[in-house]
Design a protein around this ligand. Structure first.
Ligand code: BGC
Length: 728
């Protein structure tokens, strides 16, 4: 038996053997990835394709069988955007959006979410998810903030590790492991004016300080693949950036996996970025920069062959890329157990009660209570009639969010093959209307009115909604945004409530009934009127298939909300970006018209109970760079509900050789407390993590005094403070 077919050899040995048998054509094909619209016969039999994306239903099994019949029988790797569950697949478990899940600050739960996603993806015959997104989401105008873990590099790194571990398991050969993909490398969220895929104007120092650390954590977590961003950095598109893909990622960080371009990044080098006069030149640039697999640039195959023939590139570039791809295929066991879809298990495992339970837990933990005046929530037992009003009460797509059923169809109506599942069955999705009806006690009446369309200003029935509200004891208004206001190519210049939602809310306010607002939205909106006028605000994000049950459980008090914002809410779009870890300035941080402070800051989130912080202590007031700092604080639940509090540790390097953020998250801990219970929380951080990137772009810990801040949010008024000194 050939070595590459023999599982007793290591993936590396098998790769070397297989590569030695491959023709240049087979190598070029191995580096190609196209979507299911392309003719599989040509791609498999004539062009030796390495990977397909967005192939669903019965196709993966059919195409894999074809690939196994080819000369070398190299299996195909199938990729899919299963970024908050296998959400294009009918019946699969759909979790809250990534931004929603980040508000849980719960890596353990996130790992379970990713493991469930991996299991459901594998059963349908696919092997690789283009997740997690490690972009820093700090300008809410950008259309893809809903896909991020928010604005803080440290928290993104922690959550990224958990998700990668969940997808990939302990080893890729585990039967339910899939490949993760850290994307979009790098600084893709920082494009100007929030405009998707434009230039990110960041220096190397800024990259190394803010944008690269989460990706470096992904490498440490063993993330198998990386995706290069659509954007350019300082004039160099990511897929043309040899320094980024090769020097930093592969050499400096020792990344062993492979880099995939984003969708036709090679074509964009020529057509959009215009850094290559021809497509062939674009291929040369992409190859030498360190891209290994070319997503959706079908002509790469011919160009690569012609470049080799002309002697413009060396075959060793193809060898390196193919080795990286093939080694992962071996590690996944694709050559051995083939991982064919299991139709029997698909129907029993996808969306099974155990998986839905985790979707429900995640929905609960991802919701953030932003206001609760006079403890209007949880709903009092005295309330007998509830008016449930608003366009997002009963909207499956707004609830599931982007990268789920319907989202692609909206984006590309002209491309029927991207309509993954025309037969998608939305019935397992519990909307907020259904969740509240299911949960509400028998003696409580629910009257529902949509009130207005989310987009169409001419389509509303505000008068009927007001009548319904007048006949109620309390109003629950569910407003926000929807899929056409989030996602790729859907950046917003304004972040206000669309349609007549604002008018609807103002009319409801006039009724004088308690106004409880549930927000279902992809990303922060500018809602100063709501902050001022609502009695309570529950931020539910895109809460996934169990979102309706989650909202109901929180409103009726079955669960005490504990989520904390991972992204700051601006008061006004003109404040963007309003992230918490700003660099210090000296002319004040206010605008002529308003403060520079966010409406709701990073780390903020209320509970039905209250927590009191006291007795902040540090393990030592003087530390060496190799020491560990333990920060302790007492937290007491002084209210009447048990609950989970997320205790946050921030630091500030008071005087340093370069400007450093006014505060930076360095650690956090979740703690569960019964009413009256008090507990000491200890958070330990290596002093080595208190460093900065200096003018020479080197990471160093500079001796000096550091401010240590602990509390329930990043807001100054919430933080207990002390200092420590780091000595040389
Ligand atoms: C997106 C990626 C995604 C890819 C494949 C691109 O347009 O930027 O995030 O993984 O498409 O669907």
């Amino acid at each position: 038996m050939e070595i590459y077919k023999n599982p007793s050899y290591s993936p590396r040995e098998r790769t070397i053997d297989l590569l030695s048998r491959m023709t240049i054509e087979e190598k070029a094909g191995q580096m190609c990835q196209v979507d299911g619209r392309h003719d599989p016969e040509t791609w498999i039999y004539k062009k030796h394709i390495g990977s397909f994306l967005h192939v669903t239903g019965d196709e993966p099994a059919r195409l894999q069988k074809m690939a196994l019949e080819t000369r070398l029988g190299i299996p195909i790797l199938f990729g899919i955007d299963a970024i908050h569950g296998h959400a294009f697949q009918s019946g699969a478990t759909v979790f809250p959006s990534q931004l929603g899940m980040s508000s849980s600050w719960n890596p353990e739960l996130l790992e379970k979410v990713a493991a469930i996603t991996a299991c459901e993806v594998i059963l349908t015959g696919l092997h690789w998810t283009f997740s997690p997104v490690l972009c820093i989401g700090r300008d809410a105008r950008w259309g893809r903030v809903d896909e991020t873990f928010g604005e803080d590099p440290y928290l993104i790194g922690v959550l990224a590790k958990a998700m990668i571990q969940g997808y990939q398991g302990d080893q890729l050969s585990d039967p339910y492991s899939i490949l993760a993909c850290a994307k979009h490398f790098a600084a893709y969220g920082e494009t100007q004016g929030g405009r998707d895929s434009s230039e990110s104007d960041v220096s190397e120092r800024k990259l190394r300080s803010i944008f690269l650390p989460p990706f470096q954590e992904a490498v440490k977590a063993g993330c198998a693949t990386f995706m290069a961003g659509y954007n350019a950095i300082d004039g160099v598109p990511c897929s043309a950036n040899q320094w980024l893909l090769h020097d930093v990622l592969k050499e400096e960080w020792g990344f062993q996996g492979f880099v995939v371009t984003d969708w036709d990044n090679i074509g964009h080098l020529h057509e959009d970025h215009k850094v290559a006069a021809t497509l062939e030149e674009a291929c040369t640039i992409a190859l030498t920069a360190g891209n290994d697999m070319m997503m959706s640039t079908p002509t790469f195959y011919e160009h690569a062959l012609s470049l080799i023939e002309k002697g413009i590139i060396s075959e060793s570039l193809l060898d390196d890329a193919c080795s990286r791809i093939l080694e992962l295929k071996f590690k996944l066991g694709l050559f051995d157990h083939k991982r064919f879809p299991d139709q029997g298990m698909v129907s029993t495992i996808l969306g099974c009660p155990e998986h839905r339970k985790i979707a429900y837990d995640m929905a609960l933990e991802s919701m953030v209570l932003l206001k609760n005046q006079n403890n209007i929530l949880p709903l009092s037992k005295e309330i007998k009639r509830i008016a449930l009003i608003g366009p997002n009460c009963d909207d499956v797509q707004a609830q599931l969010g982007d990268w789920s059923f319907g989202a692609r169809e909206l984006a590309y109506p002209e491309v029927p093959t991207l309509n993954y599942h025309p037969e998608y069955d939305p019935s397992p999705i519990v909307t907020i209307l259904e969740g509240i009806k299911n949960r509400c006690p028998h003696h409580v009446q629910i009257a529902y009115e949509k009130g207005c369309d989310l987009l169409d200003e001419n389509n509303h029935n505000i008068e009927e909604a007001v009548e319904t509200a007048l006949a109620s004891d309390a109003i629950i208004a569910v407003v926000g945004d929807t899929n056409v206001l989030n996602g790729e190519m859907r950046d917003r210049a304004d972040l206000h409530l669309t349609g007549t939602q604002q008018k609807l809310l103002e009319a409801l306010k006039v009724t004088g009934k308690p106004l409880i607002i549930v927000l279902v939205n992809g990303k922060p909106l500018t809602i100063p009127w709501i902050a001022e006028n609502a009695d309570a605000i529950l931020e539910a994000w895109n809460p996934g298939m169990e979102g309706g049950n989650g909202v109901a459980s929180i409103l009726f008090g079955d669960f005490n909300p504990c989520g904390k914002l991972t992204v700051s809410f601006p008061r006004h779009v003109g404040q963007q970006p309003v992230f918490y870890n700003q660099l210090p300035g000296w002319h004040g941080n206010a605008y002529v018209e308003m403060t520079g402070e966010p409406l709701f800051p990073f780390g903020f989130g209320l509970s039905y109970t209250q927590y009191e912080y006291s007795n902040l202590m540090v393990s030592s007031s003087s530390l060496g760079v190799n020491d560990h700092l333990t920060v302790s604080v007492d937290v007491q639940n002084t209210g009447k509900y048990e609950g989970t509090e997320i205790v946050q540790l921030y630091i500030n390097d008071i005087f340093s050789s370069v400007t450093t953020p006014i505060k930076e998250l360095k650690g956090f801990q979740r703690i569960h407390l019964k009413p009256g219970e008090k507990s000491a929380v200890h958070i330990t951080v290596p002093v080595a993590s208190l460093g900065l990137v200096n003018r020479k772009c080197q990471y160093v810990v500079e001796p000096g005094v550091f401010e240590i801040m602990v509390g329930p949010s990043s807001r100054d008024m919430d933080l207990l403070k002390t200092i420590v000194e780091v000595v040389a």
